[in-house]
Design a binder for this molecule. Sequence first.
Ligand SMILES: [Zn+2]
Length: 105
Amino acid sequence: MGEAVHNKRASVDVEFGALKCPVCGDMYLHLEGGTFGMPSPEDGAGAVSYTTVRTSGHVSTTLEPALFDFRPGVELVFWCEHECIVPRLSIKNRKGFTLLEWSYE
Ligand SMILES: [Zn+2]
């Protein structure tokens, strides 16, 4: 969420209740982990706490300066059975609006 650079974005598409890969359109996505970004309680609006969880059970937390356009939310990382490049699903929230968007390189 914080350090990743994404250059393509796509709207979220669902079929039979299952997420479709934004690259190939198929439904065989496997959840690999996710990052949860929230304002740090200790540092107020000046810093963001990112907690990352992987399916291996590994958990890590980093503290980064808050960016101007920071929105609290979650970014889920998947791998696709068709070897599409690391699709990420972000769920961000701002002033009551919740935004869902795919990003991938
Ligand atoms: Zn795919």
